[in-house]
Design a protein around this ligand. Structure first.
Ligand code: FES
Ligand code: FES
Length: 199
């Protein structure tokens, strides 16, 4: 049996690089730890980003991941750091509606991006997204550590048209690992919502 094609990677945003500002090291700043034997003061990078509809402007280290910006700078800790190397999917967020592993994304490459985390999925009045409600109805979690990533990945999976049957859901959700083994409920929830017309 031939395997379905994997989804395209979310393109980086080279056009955004023009709006980034690397501040040159100040000659009056004390030198930090040498890098490759050369005195070096880390540059900072000015980053604008919209997260869950709110505009943010911040100075970051150019080496910071999108995951660390979301969790440590914006305090949105619903997005989880599992493996921190692209293997578990716990850090999944939506960028322009497409799912990515935020632990592998350099935040600076997503200037002016529109990011959605689990905190931004429900309606402002608290009404849950249909997939959040389905996870509850189908008992799609135990400890909950993987759940935010599962739900956001599931939202994208449905939007991609890859949730028509349980077999498709298992394949297209294979990047999201659940150590509790709540897969039957996860697959049931995504398959059920995938069979509906979402608003
Ligand atoms: S924390 Fe990003 S894939 Fe595991
Ligand atoms: S519910 Fe515990 S890791 Fe998935």
């Amino acid at each position: 049996m031939s395997s379905p094609e994997l989804p395209d990677a979310v393109p980086l945003r080279p056009e955004a690089a023009g709006s980034l500002h690397l501040d040159a090291p100040s000659s009056t700043s004390p030198p930090s730890a040498p890098v490759h034997g050369t005195p070096h003061t880390p540059a900072t990078l000015s980053l604008r980003m919209t997260v869950n509809g709110a505009r943010h402007q911040m100075e970051i280290d150019p080496r910071e991941s999108l995951l660390d910006v979301i969790r440590d700078r914006l305090g949105l800790t619903g997005t989880k750091k599992g493996c921190n190397q692209g293997a578990c999917g716990a850090c999944t967020v939506l960028v322009e509606g497409r799912r990515i592993n935020s632990c592998l994304a350099l935040a600076g490459l997503y200037a002016d991006a529109d990011v959605t985390t689990i905190e931004g999925l429900a309606q402002p009045d608290g009404e849950l997204h249909p997939l959040q409600a389905a996870f509850i109805a189908h008992d799609g979690f135990q400890c909950g550590f993987c759940t935010a990533g599962q739900i956001l990945s599931g939202v994208a999976c449905i939007g991609e048209g890859h949730a028509g049957c349980a077999e498709d859901v298992r394949w297209w959700m294979s990047g999201n690992i659940c150590r509790c083994g709540a897969y039957p409920g996860i697959v049931a929830a995504i398959t059920e919502v995938g069979g509906r017309k979402l608003p």
